[in-house]
Design a protein around this ligand. Sequence first.
Ligand code: NAP
Length: 198
Amino acid sequence: MTKYAIIGSGAIGSALAERFHAAGVDAVIANTRGPASLQAITDKFGSTVKAVELEHALQSDVVILAVPYDALPELAKRKSAWDGRTIVDATNAIDFPAFKPRDLGGRLSSEIVAELFPGAQLVKAFNTLPAAVLAADPVKQSGRRVLFLSGNSPEASEKVADLIARLGFAPSDLGSFKASGSLQHFGQPLVALNLLKD
Ligand SMILES: NC(=O)c1ccc[n+]([C@@H]2O[C@H](COP(=O)([O-])OP(=O)(O)OC[C@H]3O[C@@H](n4cnc5c(N)ncnc54)[C@H](OP(=O)(O)O)[C@@H]3O)[C@@H](O)[C@H]2O)c1
């Protein structure tokens, strides 16, 4: 059985914990401060989402990064090899306090993040919806909420699309990073687009 981890327990990590719990999909969750700091989440979702130490969570098959973009280099160095793992990048490269897209010299943040996790297959997903929308029930009378994903490994994208569907959303696979371009990145048209697919 695929083991899922949510890294980060802020707005997006908590929203994901709520969706995993609602869908009955088991996962672990971790932050920098250890399981005791996650009690508010485990009080509500602990029967499916278990709080663990970060090192434990990073051993999972599918690791969802719900942390600030600038935390990624340090996080990536916690393991020397990421072979065989699917990393799901939910981050957005944003400059604060201006709240503007980070100038990455014309590169895509997903390509930069992929280089930080050698050996892993990177899929970008869960980054386009505001946390409150991501946390809400994705199944409406008129359809299921759309979640975009992209990545260079069709196998990893299929795995993440399957997870997105299990969580109740309608996955929309944009293809490789080259094919999807920057559409799914902060400041671009698909970010904050809340669509329902019937
Ligand atoms: N908020 C939104 O609506 C939204 C929407 C789409 C995408 N995003 C993106 O999603 C990401 C998370 O956003 P957020 O709003 O959830 O942030 P947040 O509320 O500030 O939470 C960040 C979480 O990351 C954890 N963290 C920080 N550094 C870490 C590290 N090195 N290792 C493990 N955990 C670490 C923090 O843990 P500690 O508390 O222990 O430090 C905290 O739980 C960001 O990249 C953001 O751009 C956010």
